[in-house]
Design a binder for this molecule. Structure first.
Ligand SMILES: CC(C)(COP(=O)(O)OP(=O)(O)OC[C@H]1O[C@@H](n2cnc3c(N)ncnc32)[C@H](O)[C@@H]1OP(=O)(O)O)[C@@H](O)C(=O)NCCC(=O)NCCS
Length: 201
């Protein structure tokens, strides 16, 4: 388990934590999370939807069907899907996903993240990204973590920069987001960057 400063206090879901920080922890979703997760996503639909794909090929991104899909993907092995939870109570605040885990000579993944609007600007996601990166390079043994961001998503760009990621370039019409093929900036970190003395992360 990746640990930044684990205390002995037990909170809901904490025993299943994959990574623990001072104020947040990351854990895999399980069936009993359905109601809380779906409610969090539903009340944040207008906040999140501009940055997420629209249903493609029947895939749903909100509602119980989206949660069922998330649970199925937890078992798939090519991704590490984690809920972002508040350390003091276990409340679910958002998620960090290490997607498209590629092995062989690539040893890479693509990181995605979101948090409920009511929890923003409190440093929770910065802490969660650092934990997820440590998990990727530590327990998962990966070499590279990428994040792809629409240039106008200023909060996400500022976040990933603050977390020490390196800008690698612009991919034209890279992903279909909210119904449009959007340009995305590639940001990345390798394990060598992460191990550097005094890294930001
Ligand atoms: C992007 C997002 C994850 C940021 O989460 P957050 O919990 O607010 O981020 P933090 O509080 O940890 O912020 C860390 C740093 O990121 C930057 N940042 C975060 N939100 C910002 C904003 N609205 N404006 C400018 N900078 C911002 C700041 O540098 C901040 O540090 P500071 O507060 O000390 O200035 C959140 O806004 C979100 O979920 N947005 C919708 C979904 C989304 O865009 N996902 C990413 C798709 S690529």
């Amino acid at each position: 388990m990746t640990s930044m400063r684990a205390s002995k206090r037990v909170v809901r879901g904490f025993s299943r934590a994959l990574a623990v920080g001072e104020r947040v922890f990351l854990r895999q979703p399980t069936g009993p999370d359905r109601e809380e997760f779906v409610a969090l996503r539903d009340r944040n639909k207008r906040f999140l939807q501009p940055w997420e794909p629209r249903p493609v090929d029947g895939m749903k991104f909100f509602g119980p069907a989206a949660f069922d899909r998330l649970l199925r993907s937890v078992r798939s092995g090519d991704a590490c899907r984690m809920l972002l939870c508040l350390r003091s109570t276990g409340q679910i605040m958002g998620a960090v996903n290490l997607n498209q885990i590629a092995r062989g000579p690539f040893q890479s993944c693509t990181m995605g993240y979101w948090i409920g609007r009511e929890f923003t600007r409190q440093g929770y996601m910065a802490e969660a990204v650092k934990l997820a990166v440590a998990h990727a390079f530590g327990e998962l043994g990966l070499h590279r973590v990428e994040a792809n961001i629409i240039p106008r998503n200023e909060p996400s760009r500022a976040l990933i920069q603050a977390c020490g990621f390196r800008f690698e370039g612009l991919a034209k019409r890279y992903l279909q987001i909210n119904g449009r093929w959007e340009d995305h900036e590639h940001w990345a970190m390798t394990v060598e960057d992460w191990r550097r003395p005094n890294p930001k992360i």
